[in-house]
Design a protein around this ligand. Structure first.
Ligand SMILES: [Mg+2]
Length: 343
């Protein structure tokens, strides 16, 4: 099998309501799609969204990385899977989302070559349904409480609540939601917005609440602050922006700077990078979240296959983009049943 052709093009899906975090506001899921063709008649897809605020990549940069650096190391090459994965990794520095698009397309081809669904290729006999958290965007405490209650009523029991409003009201936001929804599991995500002092003040103010975890309270680079918070917090601390790849995971866990790690295909360059982080986390006995950016269906599907293959390693799943689309595309590569996905 040889990769003989490729197409790179854009996709977009409008969101039902804007997605707002401490870092950005998004109205449409915008992404690049990579299509690979082989001389054996196989076609495989990869995809990567624009996430300038996190990986520094735009649609333009993802397209350029694919066309100018990544596809030249794939086209016309015989399909030696590990060799091609490595060629993508070293094709240029950074550009983890562009690499993720290529990586997941290569995994799709590897699975197709063996006539297996991807989850099976990754080690699962049967795909278990994958239950996801859903995001409550940053807003006023009142609008967030109303939105959280609406989601909970609609069957979403695990809520990823975005904080970092910069208005001193974050603890109030969470207390209001926790009071209204005592049975919801609340994952609090500050997206790096707090200082060490603000983080500790939040924890103090919410210490009587049953919060499931606090995600990336402080800037990614400040591992010492993250370590102190982890040491003092009664709630598990989840590293997100502080961990892009396996090397970061090792550094953070070596330092005791987090209790959990949020793996996202776009941060770590795809499934191979995610499996490498899983290995590191397993060696530390640390559980993971499988997260996502605001992504299109192709890359969410790749993450779902990974989740289905490693149900024991992912304590939390945060793949809620498809739940946020205004309308579902007809060719969705999975089905949605309430807050669960079925491959
Ligand atoms: Mg996060």
């Amino acid at each position: 099998m040889t990769i003989t052709g490729a197409r790179v093009y854009r996709g977009s899906l409008p969101l039902a309501t804007p997605f707002v975090t401490a870092l950005r506001r998004v109205d449409d899921a915008l992404f690049v799609i990579l299509e690979l063709h082989t001389d054996s008649g196989h076609t495989a897809y990869g995809s990567a969204p624009e996430t300038k605020a996190i990986t520094g990549e735009t649609l333009e940069s993802i397209e350029a990385a694919l066309r100018q650096h990544i596809l030249p190391v794939l086209l016309g090459r015989p399909f030696a899977f590990e060799t091609l994965l490595h060629a993508v990794t070293v094709s240029l520095p950074g550009n983890s989302s562009a690499k993720a698009a290529a990586d997941m397309a290569l995994y799709a081809l590897a699975a197709q070559e063996q006539n297996l669904p991807l989850y099976h290729y990754l080690g699962a006999e049967e795909p278990a349904p994958v239950t996801t958290a859903v995001t409550v965007s940053l807003g006023t405490p009142e609008t967030m409480r109303i939105k959280a209650a609406e989601l909970f009523r609609n069957g979403y029991g695990t809520l990823k609540v975005k904080v970092g409003g910069g208005d001193g009201l974050d603890a109030h936001r969470i207390r209001e939601i926790a009071k209204a929804l005592p049975d919801a599991q609340l994952l609090v995500d500050a997206n790096q917005a707090w200082s060490l002092e603000e983080s500790l003040a939040f924890i103090e103010a919410c210490s009587d609440l049953p919060l499931a975890l606090i995600e990336q309270p402080v800037p990614a680079a400040d591992l010492e602050a993250l370590r102190q918070i982890t040491e003092r917090s009664p709630f598990p601390i989840l590293a997100d922006e502080a961990v892009f790849d396996a090397e970061d995971a090792r550094r953070v866990l070596d330092k005791g700077a987090a209790d959990l790690v949020n793996i996202k295909l776009m941060k770590c360059g795809g499934l191979s990078g995610a499996l490498a982080i899983l290995d590191v986390c397993r060696s530390f006995g640390v559980q993971c979240m499988l997260g996502s950016m605001l992504e299109g269906p192709v890359s969410i599907a790749a993450a779902l296959h990974l989740a289905a293959a490693h149900p024991d390693r992912f304590e939390w799943i945060d793949l809620d983009s498809p739940l946020l689309y205004r309308t579902l595309p007809a060719d969705l590569p999975f089905t949605i049943q309430g807050n669960s996905y079925v491959l």
